[in-house]
Design a protein around this ligand. Structure first.
Ligand SMILES: [Zn+2]
Ligand SMILES: [Zn+2]
Length: 221
């Protein structure tokens, strides 16, 4: 396991379990925020890294797959904080329905534990700890990426994979709607982040410069 400094306010804890699995720690003005929680065995390291930056204020989830919520139980045993996810992810996250195309529900998070991401009157998501949520459905129906404006970094979750500095489509078998997921990748065109941070791979710099090629490559399939 290792900790990577992504940008002044963002670090990534990366572990190996068949593939790379990452979770992010973000230094906000009021405290610390955790984006995803990795697998259960990553919780101890995450708690240590959180402590270095201050007090945990909230956990933000990109989506409900087990490799993103696995550490949640241990994190919440140490800190009583709100957990946020997109409204469209809730029923899958809580296991009341299986993800589309899957036979079994996962029941990753107890019912009513996670709250829906707060929305402003203009329909935009409220910023939390310097992070603005962007709805990026496809990998799962309620997948969200988090944009850190001050650092110009997009925490992508499973929006993309990467290989050799190039964007790659998210995991095929776990992705609910690939076409929608690929289109959601266009969020980098609007934001033009310095880099997109990726859960299961290396981060990709200036992703907007290759997004047309990415979309063209995967929309044909
Ligand atoms: Zn996933
Ligand atoms: Zn994942």
């Amino acid at each position: 396991m290792r900790t990577i400094n992504v940008s002044p306010h963002v670090k990534k804890v990366e572990a190996w379990f068949l593939v790379k699995v990452s979770a992010w720690i973000v230094k906000g003005t009021e405290g610390v925020y955790l984006v995803d929680t990795g697998l259960p065995f990553m919780a101890k390291r995450l708690l240590r890294e959180i402590e270095k930056w201050g007090e945990l204020k909230a956990v933000l989830l990109t989506h409900g797959h087990f490799d993103h919520v696995g550490g949640l139980k241990k994190i919440l045993a140490a800190h009583t904080v709100p957990v946020y996810a997109h409204v469209s992810e809730m029923k899958y996250l809580e296991g009341s329905e299986p993800y589309p195309g899957m036979k079994k529900a996962t029941h990753a998070v107890p019912s009513h534990l996670a709250e829906t991401l707060p929305v402003l009157p203009d329909g935009m998501f409220k910023e939390i700890g310097g992070l603005t949520p962007f709805y990026t459905p496809g990998h799962t129906p309620g997948h969200v990426a988090y944009y850190h404006e001050a650092d110009n970094v997009l925490i992508g979750g499973d929006l993309f994979m990467s290989r050799g500095g190039q964007l790659r489509k998210p995991f095929g078998s776990a992705t609910v709607d690939l076409k929608q997921a690929v289109t959601s990748g266009r969020v980098v065109e609007t934001l033009k982040p310095r880099l997109v941070s990726i859960c299961h791979g290396r981060d990709v710099y200036e992703p907007h410069k290759q997004i047309d090629a990415y979309v063209a490559r995967y929309q044909r399939s």
